[in-house]
Design a protein around this ligand. Sequence first.
Ligand SMILES: [Fe+2]
Length: 164
Amino acid sequence: MPAKDKALDDLFVDTLRDIYYAERKIVKALPKMQRAAQSEKLAAAFEHHREETETHIERLQKVFELVGKAPRGKTCEAIEGIIAEGEEIMEEFKGSAALDAGLISAAQAVEHYEIARYGTLHRWATELDMKDAAKLLSETLKEESATDEKLTKLAESTVNAEAL
Ligand SMILES: [Fe+2]
């Protein structure tokens, strides 16, 4: 299809495929981060978010259904890079008191990417008058934002104090 015939609904599906790919990468990365975490609270936060991420994947499958498309991911270089950086931190800071601070920073980079994507998808779903999709996307957006805030609190309390 020539680019000029592409419309916002095509962009919506493309972006849906991008975040679907990303979520499935994240659900695999979180158990590694959980095992690496030194603080029990941080490990528990990763475990909790892994469970939420499974729900995020299910919600995306519902959105695909609503737009009449089969759920399919599209390679997202951005999340590959963010996750690779997280793995680098896990290797380079293994055994260091700063490891948890590094894990939190990696996890927040993931959350911020997701918040950007879900924020956009939610806005587009609203513009395209897809109320059910918009509702599902906003539920996930809220959970990603709550996770981000929780990580900030963890960083401010125990973790950074131990690293210093
Ligand atoms: Fe998510």
